[in-house]
Ligand binder design. Structure first.
Ligand SMILES: [Zn+2]
Length: 101
């Protein structure tokens, strides 16, 4: 059995090649997912989640709130609701005057 070691070698390299291409394919898939995510972000960035029109950012008392240019819905980023809840009464009243319809 003189060719046995080389057969094993062949098998080993075939598996190695499969693993290499499998990894390559996984990287390609991850890139596609990332591109798709970026495309969606670009498409929806600063668009109102309710009516789809553009949001306008209003920065008041250090809290930047997005208000819809059409339906006038007000949208908060992560942590902003907590920040608003921490405002003192006087500032909170002013804050609501700025954003009221
Ligand atoms: Zn809207």
């Amino acid at each position: 059995m003189p060719n046995k070691p080389s057969e094993m070698e062949e098998e080993y390299y075939a598996r190695l090649e499969f693993e290499r291409r499998k990894k390559q394919e996984a990287e390609k898939q991850a890139r596609i997912v990332e591109e798709e995510k970026n495309k969606l972000k670009e498409l929806h960035y600063m668009a109102c989640p309710k009516c789809g029109m553009k949001l306008i950012e209003i920065d008041y008392k250090g809290i930047a709130v997005d208000k819809c240019s059409v339906c006038e819905g007000v949208w908060l980023d992560a942590g902003e609701l907590e920040a608003i809840a921490r405002l003192e009464k006087g500032i909170l009243d002013k804050w609501f005057r700025v954003f009221k319809r």
